[in-house]
Design a protein. Sequence first.
Length: 66
Amino acid sequence: MAVDPQGPVLVEGPVEIALDDGTHARSDRFVVAVCTCRRSRTYPWCDTSHRPRERTAKPPEEGTLR
């Protein structure tokens, strides 16, 4: 198991996780990234939503219409 302070917990698979609602999530992958920030849309699996997003284009300047 590996813990990244800014990201997920990496666990050797297969993995089964008991969720708060009593259901279970299972992955048969050989390494699984488990979300620790709860931002993931695929929780309990990490989808890298914890990473800061960078803009690819500058926003238009004020008073400029395009």
